[in-house]
Design a protein around this ligand. Structure first.
Ligand SMILES: [Fe+2]
Ligand SMILES: [Fe+2]
Ligand SMILES: [Fe+2]
Length: 395
């Protein structure tokens, strides 16, 4: 897996939280890249533009604001827009991006007059183009769009605005922004740029970011995947399993929930149709993680609601030891917490439940025995500096 492809998948995910795809960051990415190319940027510069654009709004979408705020955004209110710009910049830093990327993201809502970053200026213009593009009732009325932007011309860098006008003459530029083509258009660009391998540092940062995002969709999920991780890694050590894969798979286990309307999780009971939507988090997670390059983790995440009765979901198969360890960890971590449809169970009740699991052979008995040895109080208290660091990004 290479870095830009991973960032593209992260962008695609944050563009489509709660299942509603805005395509915003991907379109901004395509527009920004073309402006930079028109301005004669070299490969290194283009690469920084791509990275900045793919991550530029990740802060607004991982903030408490989510899709609603994104929809109701007052575009000219630069003061309040700065908050998500700063948060997005912090996230980019957390993901070990170049300082120019962080700076550009910080300034992506700052008009030309006060914008000290060249890439920040490109993002500012591209962002304005995309917002105007989305308000068009006819996606081919781009002459109207350029005319509209002419009125705001003084907000933009004059050279960049000229570059945009040159690009805007080409129909293929506008066609590429259509929902059917935008992802292919970006993948073509990414293919032409250098392909740096994703290192472990970036992988870990992405896992923690996603863990925090998926724990943040409802208050009762606070630290949920962190608990899953603590339990799964403990089980891994006791059973001689691949703890590295279990560690990441646990943190990533509920990435699929990000594609489901968050209100769903707050309902005290679900009808069959809604329950099926909830069940899709396993399948959704599997596909996102495969595309991100987390192959082994994807396999475990797919099976984290399976058990020996073959009555789980979504594949109705008996899980192997590693998948069983993750599955049991997700159950135990969940019953340690309140949910809208039940209260948290005491540790004694959880132990009782585990013995019951053993009697009915719900999971491999070695996995259940290992689980019975784990001190849940310790799991609750474990500090995790990475998780704390991600949390701080959003304060
Ligand atoms: Fe923004
Ligand atoms: Fe934006
Ligand atoms: Fe789950």
């Amino acid at each position: 897996m290479w870095v830009n492809k991973l960032l593209f998948e992260l962008c695609r995910l944050s563009d489509s939280l709660e299942g509603e795809d805005t395509f915003h960051q991907r379109r901004v990415c395509y527009i920004a890249y073309n402006i930079a190319k028109e301005l004669g940027f070299d490969e290194f510069g283009l690469d920084l533009v791509i990275k900045s654009a793919l991550l530029h709004d990740i802060g607004i979408l991982t903030d408490e604001s989510k899709v609603e705020t994104f929809r109701n955004i007052i575009y000219e209110d630069y003061e309040s827009l700065n908050r998500h710009a700063v948060i997005s910049g912090r996230v980019a830093r957390f993901l070990n991006m170049h300082l120019d990327v962080t700076l550009a993201i910080n300034l992506h809502h700052t008009p030309h007059e006060n914008n000290t970053s060249i890439i920040g200026n490109i993002l500012f213009l591209a962002d304005n183009v995309e917002i105007a593009y989305r308000s068009l009732t006819n996606p081919y009325a781009y002459d109207d769009l350029v005319e509209f932007l002419e009125q705001k011309k003084k907000l933009f860098d004059p050279n960049m605005f000229e570059a945009l006008k040159n690009i805007a003459r080409k129909e293929c530029f506008w066609f590429s922004l259509l929902e059917d083509y935008i992802d292919d258009a970006i993948c073509e660009i990414l293919d032409r740029l250098p392909k740096e391998e994703v290192d472990n540092k970036l992988k870990t940062a992405v896992c923690y970011l996603i863990s925090y995002m998926s724990d943040n969709i409802a208050p009762f999920y606070d630290k949920y995947t962190l608990f899953v991780k603590n339990i799964a890694v403990n089980l891994g050590y006791k059973l001689g399993l691949d703890t590295k894969v279990l560690h990441n798979a646990a943190l990533l286990s509920h990435i699929g929930n990000l594609k489901i309307p968050y209100d769903t999780f707050k309902m005290p009971s679900l009808d069959e149709e809604t329950y099926n939507v909830v069940k899709s988090h396993t399948f959704e997670g599997y596909h996102i993680l495969k595309r991100m390059g987390f192959e082994k983790e994807a396999e475990l995440v797919l099976l984290h609601h399976e058990n020996n009765t073959k009555e789980g979901y979504p594949c109705k198969v008996k899980p192997e030891k590693e998948a069983a360890a993750l599955a049991l960890a997700t159950i135990v971590a969940a019953i340690m917490q309140d949910r809208p449809y039940r209260v948290a169970r005491s540790d004694d009740k959880i132990r009782e439940g585990l013995k019951n699991f053993k009697d009915i052979d719900l999971f491999d008995s070695e996995v259940i025995n290992a689980m019975l040895e784990i001190d849940l109080e310790k799991v609750r208290k474990t500090e995790d500096e990475y998780y704390t660091a991600v949390k701080k990004l959003f304060i």
